[in-house]
Write a protein that binds this ligand. Structure first.
Ligand code: NI
Length: 255
């Protein structure tokens, strides 16, 4: 059995198709899916979906692009939502230093508030990081005490050195479709060098579809493609990838 640890099933593109998506996923042995919020509204939608389906869980949080109006009121609402058992993480939250994003100091401030929130809620964190790995790692090192319930680097694209730092902090490395791209040699090298015991699988659907389906809509049923590719990278069999990454996801999210 597989777990898709990061999906966006509330995306409009999946509207009216959730039953089909779940049955296709089941045929591919993907039996649990964590759907992720990225602002207050999508977090509420994620929880609504999780309440409706036994094998859907959710993570809630506000990610960098949407932090402009982050305040205590939003934080309190997230806290309230987190009391539902179907909420298994705070995320995606993090830092993104690409163009047209909120200023870095503001991003760090809101990120820190949300990792504190995760600890208060006794939940792990799902981290989103783009072009900000240096600041992210130093901020996490300084606040290691807030990572009591662990976490994962969603769609990790950092170097082997950064991955080692993340693992030292007790975090998992989440692997998605990018690891199957022909031009993803850095990600492949990093994966080759870190233990399977530190890796979990995700699709980030509808984005980041694995090779050879690029151009189509990604979905949870593609998880075995990511597992198969990881088995090739690690030189092990796919059952090992399936068993160990599922065990890892269970350890982290307790589902
Ligand atoms: Ni995502």
């Amino acid at each position: 059995m597989y777990i898709d640890t990061h999906a966006h099933l509330t995306d409009k593109i999946f509207e009216g198709q959730i039953n089909d998506i779940l049955s296709e996923a089941k045929q591919s042995k993907v039996e649990k899916i964590i759907t992720s919020g990225f602002d207050l509204n999508s977090s509420k939608e994620a929880l609504d979906l999780a309440k409706k389906y036994d094998n859907i869980y959710c993570s809630i949080g506000v990610y960098p692009e949407n932090i402009y109006d982050y305040n205590e009121q939003i934080e309190n609402q997230l806290k309230k939502l987190s009391q539902n058992k179907k909420v298994v993480a705070i995320g995606e939250i993090g830092l993104q230093y690409t163009e047209n994003m909120p200023e870095h100091e503001k991003q760090k401030e809101v990120f820190l508030r949300q990792i504190k929130l995760a600890k208060d809620c006794k939940l792990p964190v799902v981290l989103h990081c783009r072009e900000a790995y240096g600041d992210m790692i130093s901020l996490l090192k300084k606040n290691k005490d807030l990572l009591t319930f662990g976490g994962t680097f969603h769609c990790f694209s950092g170097s082997y050195e950064i991955a080692k730092e993340a693992i030292k902090l007790g975090l998992y490395i989440s692997v998605g479709g990018v690891s199957t791209f022909k031009n993803a040699q850095n990600v492949k090298n990093m994966l080759k060098n870190i233990p399977l015991e530190n890796i979990i699988l995700e699709t980030d659907c509808p984005y980041l579809i694995p090779h050879p389906y690029r151009g189509k809509v990604n979905k949870p049923s593609y998880i075995p493609l990511i597992a198969e590719n990881l088995a090739i990278i690690k030189g092990c069999n796919i059952e090992q990838v399936e068993n160990i990454t599922t065990q890892n996801a269970n350890n982290l999210f307790k589902i």
